[in-house]
Design a protein around this ligand. Structure first.
Ligand SMILES: [Zn+2]
Length: 379
């Protein structure tokens, strides 16, 4: 279903809507100020998700629930200071809105939605992690429109989803400050889920994908959606149907959570139960490219030169530089080598009032498409 040309893709992902009422579950924990994790097994009930190869009657909704329950057990047995909220524990369909609300109402630290992928090409394989898109440039409109069609099947969708623009999904990017303030943490966690789904889970790395997913749009906490693998690939489907495969993927997500919690919550909760020797903090490590890739945030452009110390917008930035493209002067922030850092700079720029700012990329000083740059740096 996804364009495999870009390692980083933007799609809109709205689940098929069912009409079952939601049942949401909380689990008791032993500490006063627990790390609150929402585990969201995708789909459920009338919404089967992808049917995979259709060789069996085991669909996406079954696989993701099995893995979610295995993950829940691992956490319950090993991390007493984590409060787990499951969006479902049986074959029912909670609305997308209720899934996100569960996280917001309980001030969750992290929202993890678990899914499996599908593609027309049975060879497609591997795991990927979706985070909320922060830029319009790489959005895939065709997929956006097709996936948006599902939301209108939900009862009262006009009222319930009035803040989510169904007709123009791109318009949802950047609509709330949370999207920018939590994206960095979402990417840190996404980097860990990718790391462990590939090492522990043995999946091919399909990287982090920017997407417009309702649940990650509506959650105010860091939130990601993992695609464990392709149920349309016979070998990967067999793996994800197997006890061994599901245990491996649950363990991978557990390891990602353990590392993420060590880097975030445990630091500010020294009395909480800390796992022994947490993995060292590390930024996402892109493969070293032969070409020099740089990113920066374009703040504004003008047909005539602007004073960086006098212009009402530019003077708010200490590191403004410019380059000329055709007849236009383009003003940007500092150049950085990682896309994650560029996202942070974009967030800062928007907070400082550069509402139309966006990320641009350079390869060996020459401007290139951001997606091209990101595929070269493995981000
Ligand atoms: Zn799904």
């Amino acid at each position: 279903m996804l364009n495999t040309f870009f390692k980083i893709k933007t799609i809109v992902f709205i689940s098929i809507i069912g009409l079952f009422s939601s049942t949401l579950y909380a689990q008791e924990t032993t500490t006063d100020d627990p790390f609150v994790l929402v585990i969201d097994p995708g789909h459920g009930g009338a919404d089967a998700g992808t049917l995979g190869t259709r060789r069996t009657k085991i669909y996406e909704k079954h696989v993701v629930l099995d893995v979610a329950l295995k993950l829940e057990k691992l956490i319950k047995d090993n991390m007493k200071d984590v409060k787990i909220l499951m969006t479902r524990r049986t074959d029912v369909y909670p609305t997308l809105q209720s899934r996100a609300r569960l996280a917001n109402k309980n001030h969750a630290h992290l929202f993890l939605s678990i899914h499996c992928n599908a593609a027309a090409n049975p060879q497609a394989t591997g795991a990927e992690t979706l985070v909320m898109a922060t830029e319009r440039a790489s959005a895939n409109l065709e997929i956006s429109k097709r996936e948006n069609a599902y939301i209108v099947l939900e009862e009262n969708h006009q009222e319930n989803y009035k803040n989510f623009n169904i007709n123009d999904p791109l318009a949802n990017i950047g609509k709330s400050l949370e999207q920018f303030s939590t994206i960095r943490s979402s990417i840190v966690f996404a980097d860990l889920t990718q790391k462990y789904m590939c090492s522990t889970g043995g999946r091919k790395d399909r990287h982090i994908v920017q997407a417009i997913i309702y649940v990650t749009y509506a959650c105010t906490c860091p939130s990601v959606l993992v695609e464990l693998g392709f149920l349309t690939n016979p070998a990967e489907e067999a793996f994800l149907h197997s006890e061994k495969g599901q245990n491996a993927m649950a363990l991978a997500l557990f390891q990602a959570l353990k590392d993420y919690k060590a880097r975030t919550y445990d630091i500010s909760h020294p009395t909480a139960e800390v796992e022994s020797s947490p993995a060292p903090m590390a930024e996402p490590t892109p493969a070293a490219p032969v070409d020099k890739i740089e990113y920066c945030v374009q703040l504004t452009s003008s047909s005539k030169a602007l004073g960086t110390r006098t212009n009402v917008l530019l003077r708010r930035f200490s590191d403004v530089t410019y380059f000329k493209e055709g007849n236009m002067y383009k003003y940007t922030t500092r150049r950085v080598s990682s896309y994650a850092q560029a996202l942070k700079d974009l967030s800062d720029a928007r907070k400082k009032g550069a509402k139309d700012a966006f990320i641009i990329a350079f390869k060996n000083k020459e401007k290139v498409n951001v997606n091209t740059a990101r595929s070269m740096t493995g981000e």
